[in-house]
Design a binder for this molecule. Sequence first.
Ligand code: FES
Length: 122
Amino acid sequence: MGQMEDDLRVDGAVVRGPEIGIVVDGLPARAFEGESVAAALLAGGRRALRTTARRGEPRGMYCGIGVCFDCVMTVDGRPNVRTCQTPVRAGMRIESQRGEGTWSTRLDRCVRRTHLFSRGGF
Ligand code: FES
C-alpha cells in the first residue's frame, strides 16, 4: 500500500510489519504491527491524546519512554494506558482520555472504587 497523504511515516527503506486496523475515537485508523499506539497516532497526524483533569488542556506524547504519562489513553476500555509503551494490536479500540478517564468494565469499576477508598489525602 502506498503512503497516504496525511501519513507522516517515513517511506522507502523502512521495513514494517503488516498493516492492521485499529479504531480511534470510533473511527478506523492506520497502524502497522510493531508500532506503539502513540507512534501510530502521531504518524497519522494526531498530536493530542488526552486532556488534563483540571483545565482540560491537551497532552500528547512527550517522553516516549514511559516516564511522563502524558500519552495515556483509554485502550479497550481500560484508562491510563501509556500508549508510547503499548504495541498496536488488530482490532484495538482506543479513545481519547479526559482527566483520569472512565473505567468501562465491571471489574475495572470495582478496582477503581477500591482504589478511591484507599487514597489518602487526595
Ligand atoms: S510519552 Fe511519556 S509516558 Fe508515554
